[in-house]
Design a protein around this ligand. Structure first.
Ligand SMILES: Nc1ncnc2c1ncn2[C@@H]1O[C@H](COP(=O)(O)OP(=O)(O)O)[C@@H](O)[C@H]1O
Ligand SMILES: [Mg+2]
Length: 161
């Protein structure tokens, strides 16, 4: 497999999603074409934008057979499929001290699995400069725009060559 470095801020794809199926298809494309164990995915978007839905699509693509629920209250769910998926939601973490005592550093640079974080933007100082895939979801109902970008030189996985 050939690896090359993605240009910081490179936009991989932007779609208009009118259905959960379209969101799932984009999540699958990210998993199948680009993600690899050790990667971090940060998802931005307001409440109800469809962040957890995108994670459900990622989980399906990783052949995780469990139901993916929002970890808003529990803060972290860990699933096992082709890879381990750490699903974090920082909405209810009040400050940096609480984030650190929660053990955030164990998840943001995972050795084997993939970590995906909702509400990461509450703590830009922790996440902003880490290599990551960035998913931005804006709009609601049938007008959702979803953008996937490579940030801070994550390795892009090219198709078999
Ligand atoms: N692309 C989509 N098309 C239609 N409904 C969607 C889509 N994405 C999300 N939804 C619905 O919107 C609601 C909120 O989605 P959710 O993923 O929980 O948002 P968030 O995690 O950003 O708060 C859910 O009922 C979900 O089924
Ligand atoms: Mg959510």
């Amino acid at each position: 497999m050939t690896l090359n470095l993605a240009t910081t801020g490179a936009i991989l794809k932007t779609i208009q999603s009118e259905s959960i199926a379209q969101t799932f298809a984009l999540a699958k494309e990210l998993v199948d074409a680009h993600l690899k164990p050790g990667d971090l995915v940060l998802i931005s978007g307001e409440m109800g934008a469809g962040k957890t839905t995108f994670v459900q699509g990622m989980a399906l693509a990783m052949k995780i057979n469990q139901t993916i629920n929002s970890p808003t209250f529990t803060k972290l769910h860990i699933y096992n499929g082709d890879w381990t998926l750490n699903h974090l939601d920082l909405y209810n973490i009040s400050d940096l001290k609480a984030l650190e005592s929660f053990g955030i550093y164990d998840y943001i640079e995972p050795d084997t699995g993939v970590s995906v974080v909702e509400w990461w933007q509450k703590f830009p100082m922790i996440f902003e400069n880490l290599p990551h895939w960035h998913v931005t979801i804006s709009g609601k109902n049938k007008q959702r725009t979803i953008k996937v970008e490579a940030r801070e030189t994550v390795c892009l996985k090219k198709s078999q060559s």
